[in-house]
Design a protein around this ligand. Structure first.
Ligand code: CIR
Length: 339
């Protein structure tokens, strides 16, 4: 039997799943009933998948490791990740943009999944509702400064508060099942701290501000996690760190980034790309992945999530931003337009 991927598919799952491995793994089932066939549904339905696999539970990472190990090593560029060294301790960094001329907003997010529940592509409505109740209870422990309100998507909810239903990749994986039931969003009173419940992972925890103070935004999230970890047990693996539905988020599961206006570098994309690559960052359009750059506003964030700590990610982003802002200013000093 040939593997069911489109001939045109360039996904990592197609690249690393040989006939032999598929034959060996196709009959295996995790205790919660998840199979390799379910895991690769999205990659089969979407020939343009870059990875093409989502996992249904923590055990899948072990059971299907013969194919997952090469996929993870290939995507993350880490040869045989050893013990994951987490370090979310607070950082002290000066403001990367003290003149407030370039950075428009700063955002740090992590993904978390909760022990004893399957991941979101393998979750019944009843399980989603139990998970939601556990999270609502845990949110009661948040102290002033982090405390806020949970908005269930099933009640009367301001449309601007909703996160969107997942894309076609997530749809094919089963992540959108029963949407919007069992989903919701939490906002701290000052809206600087947010939680998405039931998107691609159980939780996406987000610290976001229209400020340039990277350290503050990062430290705020670290503080929220300390409180939540007292009441929720997050699924963590020695080697892969926080386990996530999509293997691209393994490790720290952290994306830290800014929206930054770069009028001069927008005209010199080769230089911008060179600095971004040197600092192992990722360049996206104004609205995120696969969007256009509007009014010279870029979304710049860390590329690596696995094989380094949270602290290393934030300090790496900081150095990259200093280099980018310096290059933007240098172009001005060299007589090129915008001051
Ligand atoms: C793909 O394989 O292209 C999609 N499954 C998306 C991969 C990126 N992961 C993500 O957004 N969490």
């Amino acid at each position: 039997m040939s593997l069911p991927f489109a001939v045109s598919s360039k996904s990592l799952i197609k690249k690393h799943l040989s006939q032999d491995t598929y034959k060996r793994l196709e009959t295996l089932v995790t205790a919660s009933g998840f199979t390799l066939e379910k895991a690769i549904q999205s990659g089969i339905a979407n020939p343009d998948s870059s990875i093409g696999i989502y996992l249904g539970d923590a055990e899948s990472y072990e059971l299907f490791s013969d194919v997952l190990t090469p996929v993870i090593e290939d995507y993350h560029g880490v040869a045989k990740p050893q013990i994951h060294q987490a370090d979310f301790s607070p950082v002290k960094l000066s403001d990367p943009d003290p003149e407030k001329k370039y950075i428009l907003s700063t955002r740090v997010r992590v993904a978390r999944n909760i022990e004893n529940y399957n991941f979101t592509c393998h979750l019944s409505l009843q399980e989603r509702k139990c998970l939601e109740q556990d999270v609502i209870e845990a949110l009661q422990v948040l102290p002033a400064g982090l405390a806020g309100t949970y908005h269930s998507f099933e009640g009367e909810v301001d449309k601007s508060l909703l996160f969107k239903k997942g894309d076609r990749f997530q749809e094919a994986a089963g992540i959108n099942s029963d949407f919007p039931k069992g989903r919701g969003i939490f906002y701290s009173e000052d809206t600087r701290f947010r939680i998405w419940l039931g998107e691609e992972d159980h939780l996406r925890l987000i610290s976001q501000e229209s400020s340039t103070d990277l350290a503050n935004v990062y430290n705020h999230l670290g503080q929220a996690l300390i409180f939540l970890e007292k009441h929720l047990k997050f699924i963590k693996d020695n080697r892969y760190g926080y386990l996530t539905t999509c293997p691209t988020n393994l490790g720290t599961s952290m994306r830290a980034g800014v929206h930054i206006r770069l009028r001069n570098l927008a005209e010199n994309r080769i230089l911008l790309r060179e600095i971004v690559d040197r600092h192992q960052l990722q360049l996206r359009g104004t609205g995120g992945e696969n969007t256009e750059v509007e009014d010279c506003v870029f979304d710049i964030s860390n590329k690596r999530r696995l094989g380094l700590s949270e602290k290393a990610i934030i300090t790496g982003l900081y150095s990259g931003l200093l280099a980018i802002i310096d290059a933007e200013k240098t172009l001005v000093n060299n007589g090129e337009v915008y001051v």
